[in-house]
Design a protein around this ligand. Sequence first.
Ligand SMILES: C[C@H](CCC(=O)NCCS(=O)(=O)O)[C@H]1CC[C@H]2[C@@H]3CC[C@@H]4C[C@H](O)CC[C@]4(C)[C@H]3C[C@H](O)[C@]12C
Length: 329
Amino acid sequence: MCTAATYKTKDFYMGRTLDYEFSYGEQITITPRNYEFDFRFAGKIKSHYALIGMAFVAGGYPLYYDAVNEKGLGMAGLNFVGNAAYEEALPEDETEVSQVAQFEFIPWILTQCATVAEAREKLAAMRLTGTAFSEQLPTAQLHWIIADKDSCIVVESMKDGLHVYDNPVGVLTNNPPFPGQMFALNNYAGVSRKQPESTFAGVLQLDAYSRGMGGMGIPGDLSSQSRFVKVAFTKLNSISGEEEGESVSQFFHILGSVDQQRGCCEVTEGKYEITIYTSCCNTAKGIYYYTTYDNHQITAVDMHAENLDSDQLICYPLLSKGEVRWQNK
Ligand SMILES: C[C@H](CCC(=O)NCCS(=O)(=O)O)[C@H]1CC[C@H]2[C@@H]3CC[C@@H]4C[C@H](O)CC[C@]4(C)[C@H]3C[C@H](O)[C@]12C
């Protein structure tokens, strides 16, 4: 399972957790402006916006899981198993709209669009195909969150077509489809950051014997619907300073509310899903911050510290070993 969230202070932040039982060997990957994209159906794009994000690089191609571009538009793909359905690719002369393979979707949008509004225009004239990247890397069943500092949408390709939803909460997890995730918030209309006043029944005098009782009822399990509710509550009630350090710290706390500890979610006999990495991108500054399961120290890669006019991918392997900072030796 995965969870994605946005967060706004002075700058706009976007990130995700990637929860899984194994890793493909993903790296922080910068795609500079002149790296040539040779899209399966949509032709070549030689020069474009630069990207930074998490990708598995296969045969020199960045298979992005999540990324932002230098204009501040961000996008993340999350599992959508059982609900994702893509189009069959048509011969070029049988369609007027652009055909985009699901594994190309993030670069296709982020190389060309500066805002969610521009992304919406692309989405309106596009077919998302189920074309696999390779035999070894079959089609992933995903849905996507796309956001800039002013708005956020969710894109779901299903049997009945391509859906684009406004996302007023700025959170996405996995199943059910996004309208279902949103609808479930109705069940928690009564929760609050404030202590409850007893409304149980007039005859009873109930006691708020502990702090935090206003949130009673918010689920704490690792199912995707529960994580959606938990992160929505945490994010929408979040308060932090405006500065970079305070904002980034708060962001990791927001996604920390749905962190997956090894052992709590068995996927198959002896295999456990864990939060492999958590990311937070400052979309204005192009800085990709991350932590990994065993490295809680926040590590950062700044796209603007690289030559963004290059035509070669720039990759940084995840620093996944934690370090203890000793105070007395
Ligand atoms: C496994 C991850 C989702 C984690 C998740 O949500 N786990 C909960 C399971 S569940 O929700 O409980 O069922 C997803 C998220 C992004 C994906 C990559 C996207 C690019 C590329 C697309 C190609 O077509 C196939 C290979 C490829 C590298 C993909 C591999 C894999 O699919 C990735 C990592």
